[in-house]
Design a protein around this ligand. Structure first.
Ligand code: NAP
Length: 332
């Protein structure tokens, strides 16, 4: 099969589309013919080597943690899926590899694709959507009538999170550039803050829940808009920045120590519970989200569709930090 992989850590041009052996489905795996995959910032961080103290691969490694496609084979102990099912998944870090014609995934990480959307949009859903769900439904337990602040509303996570928070009945404030303000409103945001022009801590307060996806000094600024006893879902670790400054191992240690200190401070100063969110790979959670998408309440946003051959360009666009929704890779 054709697959996009890297033989060494480095810039986006280490990615190559090559002929590789087809994967075999283990007894609990479904084998998926990939129709589309999407690129996430974590794919770039992994490819760059910034995460290698935490996530270590035997290279070469096929890239990709998001897929929409069709089941072409199932392992002997698979119970929930059959050949021909249209499915979506965000597989675990231990077994990535969705930017390929075929991928084998443990059925526990798989859900049925919402029929309402095509494979290109469905591939934009799993990783960002699971992160948004884990942040708003589980970590901060957003309820109707609450005030929620979602950082980076135009991004992959933010576009889903705004719609999901509105679906949960919340009042939503978000940050983005002026060029994305109408777009963020079209997703349902009630208050859009152009972060180049306004400081969100000057215009927001007494917020019930924050989805913090910027990190660094933004952690404390987001804490300041929360009410006493509020909740924060923290989806960024600061690891890539710390790795750049201090190397792969000391960098990870420093970033995790800084995060632990922030969590303690937030609790001590404001009684704010900060939950570190690591994208779950839970197929049951993904199915609940897929059902919300099927209902029409949430629609994944596709910024651009590129062929597998342009995987390096797709990584560059994600690394620009300027994408609106997701960059999708059309595989078949
Ligand atoms: N913990 C986890 O499991 C997990 C899961 C998913 C993502 N993440 C992390 O969460 C972060 C966001 O992920 P993503 O997929 O949403 O990224 P993304 O799609 O690449 O985000 C791009 C968006 O970020 C916006 N943006 C950039 N800088 C901003 C700022 N200072 N303030 C507000 N908006 C800003 C841009 O909007 P403008 O062009 O309008 O500025 C752009 O639309 C990444 O660091 C990612 O690695 C973590």
């Amino acid at each position: 099969m054709r697959a996009a992989r890297f033989h060494r850590y480095g810039e986006a041009d280490v990615l190559r589309v090559e002929e590789v052996a087809d994967p075999a489905a283990g007894e609990r795996d479904v084998l998926v013919r990939v129709r589309a995959a999407s690129v996430n910032p974590i794919d770039c961080k992994i490819r760059s080597g910034a995460q290698r103290a935490l996530i270590h691969y035997r290279l070469p490694q096929i890239t990709g943690l998001d897929v929409s496609g069709e089941v072409v084979a199932v392992g002997s102990r698979v119970t929930r899926f059959k050949v021909g099912d249209a499915v979506i998944s965000s597989p675990t870090h231990r077994r990535p590899g969705t930017c390929a014609e075929l991928v084998a995934i443990d059925e526990s990480a798989v859900a049925l694709k919402p029929a309402r959307i095509d494979h290109l949009h469905a591939a934009a859903l799993p990783l960002a959507g699971l992160t948004a769900w884990a942040s708003l439904v589980d970590a901060t337990r957003v309820r109707a009538g609450q005030r929620v602040f979602i950082q980076a509303g135009a991004g992959g996570v933010g576009t889903i999170a705004i719609q999901l928070a509105k679906h949960l009945g919340a009042e939503v404030a978000t940050t983005c550039s002026a060029r994305n303000a109408d777009f963020a409103r079209s997703l349902g945001a009630d208050r859009v803050i152009d972060y180049h022009e306004e400081k969100y801590e000057d215009v927001l307060d007494e917020v019930d829940a924050v989805l913090e996806s910027i990190g660094g000094e933004a952690n404390a600024r987001s804490l300041s808009v929360l009410k006493r006893g509020g909740r924060m879902a923290l989806v960024v670790s600061g690891i890539p920045e710390a790795v750049k400054a201090h190397g792969p191992y000391a960098g990870v240690a420093r970033a995790l120590a800084a995060q632990a200190a922030f969590i303690g401070r937030a609790w001590w100063q404001k009684g704010v519970a900060v939950k570190v969110v690591v994208r779950p790979t839970d197929g049951a959670m993904l199915q609940r989200l897929a059902d919300v998408v099927q209902s029409g309440a949430v629609t994944p946003v596709v910024d651009a569709v590129l062929p597998l051959e342009e995987i390096a360009e797709a990584h560059r666009r994600v690394e620009s930090g300027r994408t609106r929704g997701k960059i999708v890779i059309q595989v078949a």
